[in-house]
Design a protein around this ligand. Structure first.
Ligand code: SF4
Ligand code: SF4
Length: 360
């Protein structure tokens, strides 16, 4: 197994730092503490100044990139016998280093507003709010609108949410690199699935309401006092609760004890939109009939808590809105049962197996 570069599977439950243990709880508490210090204090500003970085957010971006590179090397050591994963992780890291770190820094250096080309509304919630669109140069404002309403949803229609969640997004990239050692910690319980269904759409409704209120306020010329205050307050609460606590403090802080995709699975409004689109699109995980030996590797290593084995046992090709298309279920399957596909046609495996098929 090691000779194949698959020591990741073998070592999963042997390492105390990859199971719920005092040291993983301590690591989780440390990450949560660092995020709180970053978001709610200025203790990192002197370090940023000493390193000649513009502010603490550029320090954060630098540390984020270093963790992603280190995690990417770990991932490739554990799972690097797959060409798909080699390319995917290389793209993740390249996008972070070029679009997430270097380009915003260069833009700020040359006096332009720093802009993160790999993030779109509603993940970067202020990129579609009137205050930001007014402030951005016209080409960046246009990019924000086209990205949010055309590039992202049409990409998901054709390729599933994996093109964004597993290849482009910085949150997903950190989860798949720095967070990879804990992917098996994701809950597959029915309760976690019920929670996910409510929480992710609740956050989506929240950002839709907040964005609509900001536009309403803007169209009213910010003149209706009570409405202006309510809109600003709603945006502030969203930024604090979702933008800071859920995405950063909780989303990253609990990697070592609850798995690396807590934010993506339960709270990311972009994942909610992409998931709806994915269900209507052509992405699916094809199951080869009568091949599954029920080992459970696929369910164990699914970072989104999907019980892939249950589908495989029933010879059922499936599309789940929460699936980020990381490909790990197919990678760890010892029988080659699973395959990530993009196709509009009727599923042939299911048709061969005499199962009902879903027409897209
Ligand atoms: S079902 Fe497979 S491809 Fe989808 S998130 Fe889970 S492991 Fe990744
Ligand atoms: S990893 Fe493959 S063989 Fe094992 S339960 Fe999943 S589909 Fe079946």
């Amino acid at each position: 197994m090691y000779a194949q570069g698959q020591d990741g599977l073998m070592s999963t439950y042997r390492s105390a730092w990859r199971t719920r243990s005092p040291r993983t709880y301590a690591l989780s508490a440390l990450i949560i503490g660092l995020y709180c210090a970053l978001y709610f204090t200025d203790v990192f500003e002197p370090i940023a100044q000493a390193l000649h970085l513009r502010n603490k957010w550029f320090l954060y971006g630098t540390v984020y990139s270093i963790l992603m590179i280190g995690g990417g090397l770990y991932f490739l050591k554990a799972h690097g016998n797959s060409r798909y994963h080699k390319i995917r992780i290389a793209v993740n890291v390249a996008i972070q280093v070029v679009l997430g770190l270097s380009l915003p820094y260069a833009m700020a250096f040359f006096g332009h507003p720093d802009y993160y080309f790999s993030y779109f509304w509603p993940l970067k919630y202020d990129y579609l709010m009137p205050g930001t669109l007014n402030y951005l140069p016209w080409y960046l404002a246009l990019y924000s609108v086209v990205g949010a309403f055309i590039i992202v949803p049409f990409g998901a229609l054709f390729f599933g949410k994996r093109w964004y969640c597993s290849w482009v997004c910085g949150c997903g990239a950190l989860a798949n690199t720095f967070g990879d050692p804990w992917r098996h910690m994701t809950s597959t319980s029915t309760e976690s699935w019920r929670f996910e269904k409510v929480s992710i759409y609740a956050v989506l409704v929240f950002i839709l309401v907040a964005t609509a209120m900001m536009f309403g306020d803007w169209f009213g010329g910010n003149q209706i006092g009570w409405f202006h205050e309510t809109a600003e307050w709603t945006k502030y609460i969203y930024g604090f609760l979702v933008g800071s606590i859920l995405s950063g403090v909780i989303g990253t802080g609990v990697y070592p004890i609850l798995g690396p995709r807590i934010w993506c699975r339960n709270f990311c409004p972009m994942a909610a939109i992409l998931g709806i689109t994915q269900k209507a699109g052509r992405f699916r995980i094809a199951v080869k009939p009568d091949m599954c030996i029920s080992c459970g590797n696929c369910s164990t290593y699914c970072e989104m808590g999907i019980d892939v084995r249950a589908y495989a046992q029933q010879n059922e090709t499936f599309t789940r809105s929460s699936c980020v298309g990381c490909g790990m279920c197919a990678h760890v399957c010892p029988r080659g049962v699973l395959k990530l596909e993009n196709a509009w046609d009727e599923n042939t495996d299911k048709a061969n197996a005499g199962q009902l098929t879903i027409e897209f």
